[in-house]
Ligand binder design. Sequence first.
Ligand code: ADE
Length: 294
Amino acid sequence: MSEEKGPDDFLVLRVLGEDEDSTVVLAKDIRTNKKYAIKILDKTKVIKNGKWDQVNKEKQIISKLYHPFFVKLEYSFKDDKRLFFVLSYAANGELEWYIQHYHCLSKECVQFYTAELVLALEYLSECDLVHRDLKPANILLSEEMHVQISDFGAAKSTVQESPLNVSPAHDQLENAFVGTAEYVPPEVLIGKASSSSSDLWSLGCIIYQMMVGSTPFYDPNEYHIFHKIIECDYQVPSAMDNDAKDLISKLLVVDSNKRLGSKNLGGFHALKGHPFFANINWKNLPNEMPPAMK
Ligand code: ADE
C-alpha cells in the first residue's frame, strides 16, 4: 500500500457481490481511471455478527501476500461507519462460472489452472498460511485469464493457533450445516485443526469438478456430503483421463499427512512432478498465455 486514499478518490460503478456484513463494488480511481474491487464492510454489522477480529485478521493476511496468483490489497481506509478494502480487480470473474458455462473444462485448461493453483498453494505454505475456503467461487480470473485467489475470511496461520481461529466447518456444524460444505477436508469435519495439507484436499475436489462438472462428494443433503467426505466416498467417471484420476486419488486422501504435496510426501516438489503436469513450464506460468477457456 502506498499513498493515502479515501472514499472520495473512487467512483462506484456497480455492485459485484454482497454478503451479510459487506458489499464488494467495482469502482474506479477518479485520478487514474484504474478499476478496483472495493470490499466495503459495515462496522456495526461486523461487530454485531462477532466478526471484528476475523475481519482484522483477513486484512492482516491479505496485506502480506505478494504473489501474482492472489488478489492484492492496494489500499485500505475507513470512515465513521465503514471499512474499505481496495483490492486488485479480477476482471474475468469466478472460475465457478466457467465450469458451469462449459459444463466441464478441457484437459489442457484443467492442467493449466491446476498448475497455477499449485504455485499459489506452494506460496501460501511458504508463508505458513492455509486458505481453508478454497473453491471455484473464490478463484477469480484476471483480465489476462490468470488465477487470482480471493476471500481470506477463513484463512489462518499454521504456526500460531489462536482462540479466535474458528474453523468455517465448525461454524457450519454449529449452524446446522449452512454454507458450502463440498470442499471441506475430513480432518476439519472431525474437529482436528486444519494443516497446510487441508488446502490440498480442496484442490483435489476442484480438479475433479473441472474435469467432471460436479464436485466429488455432491449430494442434495449436506449431512450426506459430510458423510461421504469422511468416508472418502466418490466415484470417478470411467472416461476420465488416467493422470487426472491418479492425481485426484493422491489428493483426496483422508490422512492429511499422506496427501501428495504434504511435507512428509516430498512437499510441492513431488506434487509438481506428477505426470498430470508433464507439459507445464513451472518457471514461466504467470507470463504464459493461458489456453482458451473451453
Ligand atoms: N469479487 C470479489 N472480489 C473481487 C475482485 N477482487 N475482483 C473482481 N470481483 C470480485
